[in-house]
Ligand binder design. Structure first.
Ligand code: NAD
Length: 375
């Protein structure tokens, strides 16, 4: 039986223009022009996207005033200073980011300081292109914040740029996107549209990722996965980040773990951590990912199916560092369905460090949702 509740929410539509389709990159010059950008700073990794970057610089012609090819993960502050210097010297009035979340992240950092508009051309499933979230890392600490200036004005999703993406990157980046859906779905302040986006994103990702990993050239699977990533990023852009994203930022910024791999390894345990208190919010995600034996176990199973790392130990995090990360996690309050205290943080980190399949009984005390669905 469905329980009815009195709704109360704030919905703020996001004004990003989205162009989606195979071959959409051909529209980049027109979209740059429509955004009023006359001198572009292109930020994009030379390797493995050299050909695409060359194609875009050629298409932009003299509008492309500068190009930063090398991009590091987690947006080191030194790279931001260098990029701001390049932008000022070339007198650019807009930034085009080509690549994964790292390229988008550096473009956002430039926008944060300068207010320059960003046009993003994502090539992974990170979803950063749809959010107002910026990040920078200095002295082994990752700082994040939200600012409307960093949200790209236009996003061009060209599924052809994801065809042939290695299976490993497909898997971990896809679970990074799934993490956005999960945390948006259980954010107590998420509005109904955001939840719909999150659930549909989770459905698309759970459906498409196994096929995209099995055959990296499957255009339909790639299209569905990128569609899911767009929805995931949009949901994250309208929701608050909980314990999962906070922990991944700590593990990336302070312990140097790779971003998407960390998301993939942590997600089942962050879900398990919240599952007992957010069972109603997770019920539609459970249906989307096939979680009749628990969402946490379903996410873990999906990870095994698509070959993602199963534990933080596998990513090279030592036991003592896992405990240190738990201390850091517990030290700062985070908006999360379940309060993150020292014991909970430690249990979460140790479970993610070990990588065992979360069991129904270990994470939830036989909860039944208001709609009668068991998680
Ligand atoms: P990434 O951008 O660092 O890319 C990982 C690797 O994949 C790179 O070597 C890159 O060159 C390569 N690559 C990219 N696209 C490829 C493709 N199509 N085929 C083959 N190789 C390809 O990794 P990421 O996971 O996309 O992004 C991680 C960064 O994004 C982190 O710094 C993270 O904090 C940030 N991020 C931010 C947000 C946000 O909302 N602010 C959201 C998600 C991620």
């Amino acid at each position: 039986m469905n329980a009815l509740v009195a709704r109360e929410f704030v919905h703020q539509p996001v004004g990003t223009r989205v162009v989606f389709g195979a071959g959409a990159r051909a529209r980049i010059p027109a979209e740059v022009d429509a955004a009023g950008i006359r001198r572009v700073l292109l930020i994009g990794r030379a390797d493995p996207l050299q050909d695409v970057a060359d194609e875009i610089t050629t298409a932009l012609g003299s509008v492309c005033a500068a190009w930063i090819a090398d991009v590091a993960q987690h947006v080191p502050t030194a790279d931001v200073r260098a990029a701001l210097d390049v932008a000022a010297r070339a007198e650019v009035d807009g930034v085009v980011a080509l690549g994964g979340g790292s390229a988008t992240g550096l473009a956002k950092a430039v926008a944060l300081d300068t207010g320059l508009p960003v046009l993003a051309v994502p090539t992974t499933y990170a979803g950063s292109e749809m959010t107002d979230i910026w990040g920078r890392t200095e002295n082994r600490e990752k700082h994040t914040g939200r600012d409307p200036r960093v949200r790209p004005r236009t996003v061009v999703y060209d599924v052809e740029l994801t065809v042939g993406m290695p299976a490993h990157l497909t898997g971990v980046s896809g679970l990074n996107a799934l993490a956005h859906c999960v945390e948006a779905a259980y954010d107590s302040q998420a509005d109904p549209v955001t939840v719909l986006l999150a659930v549909e994103g989770a459905r698309a990702l759970a459906l498409a990722l196994p096929a995209a990993v099995d055959d990296g050239n499957d255009l339909a699977a790639r299209s569905e996965a990128l569609y899911g990533a767009w929805l995931a990023g949009t949901a994250l852009g309208s929701a608050r980040m909980g314990v999962h994203h906070r922990l991944c930022h700590i593990l990336g910024g302070t312990f140097g773990l790779s971003h998407a791999e960390t998301h993939a390894a942590v997600l089942p345990y962050a879900v398990a951590f919240n599952q007992s208190v957010a069972h109603a919010e997770l019920a539609p995600i459970a249906r989307a990912v096939g979680g009749e034996h628990g969402v946490a176990a379903a996410v873990w199973d999906l990870g095994r199916r698509i070959g993602t790392p199963r534990s933080l130990a596998e990513l090279g995090l030592g036991h003592d560092d896992a405990l240190a990360a738990a201390d850091l996690l517990a030290a700062h309050p985070v908006e999360n369905p379940r309060r993150v205290d020292a014991d909970g943080a430690r249990d979460l980190l140790l479970a993610a460090h070990t990588g065992d399949r979360p069991t129904h009984s270990s994470t939830i005390h036989h909860s039944v949702t208001s709609s009668g669905d068991e998680l």
